[in-house]
Write a new protein. Structure first.
Length: 127
């Protein structure tokens, strides 16, 4: 099944890296990119997304705040927060909003595990 993924990061290079990795794992999936939380929420109000990959450190609202807002809009959406800030507090806060924490630099095995978990979750919810 093909899914639509929202990638949010203020770094174009980071968005490209995540997109390239995702394209290698699931080339049939469509991607939409945003540079910050406000842009991501505007896109989410215009169109629905199946999965969200969010940077933690962004200008304005951080990825955890955005994750909580996206989960309110779509409670079953798998969300991952990606950050080099690998502290127990950040990981716990990600879990508190129902998001998976993925450390930077993002490696393919971590992305694959999240994507497979997201697919299983979406298939379970869809049935």
């Amino acid at each position: 099944m093909s899914y639509k993924i929202l990638i949010v990061d203020d770094s174009k290079l980071a968005r490209m890296a995540v997109g390239k990795m995702l394209n290698g794992l699931r080339p049939e999936w469509s991607r939409v990119e945003a540079t910050n939380a406000d842009e991501a929420l505007a896109l989410a109000q215009q169109s629905s997304f199946d999965i969200a990959l969010l940077d933690f450190n962004m200008p304005g609202r951080d990825g955890l705040t955005l994750a909580a807002e996206l989960r309110e809009m779509s409670p079953n959406m798998p969300v991952a927060v990606i950050s080099a800030n690998v502290q127990n507090e950040v990981i716990r806060r990600a879990e508190d909003v129902g998001a998976t924490f993925l450390p930077k630099p993002l490696i393919e095995d971590a992305m694959r595990a999240f994507i497979e978990q997201a697919e299983q979750r979406l298939e379970t919810v869809g049935t």
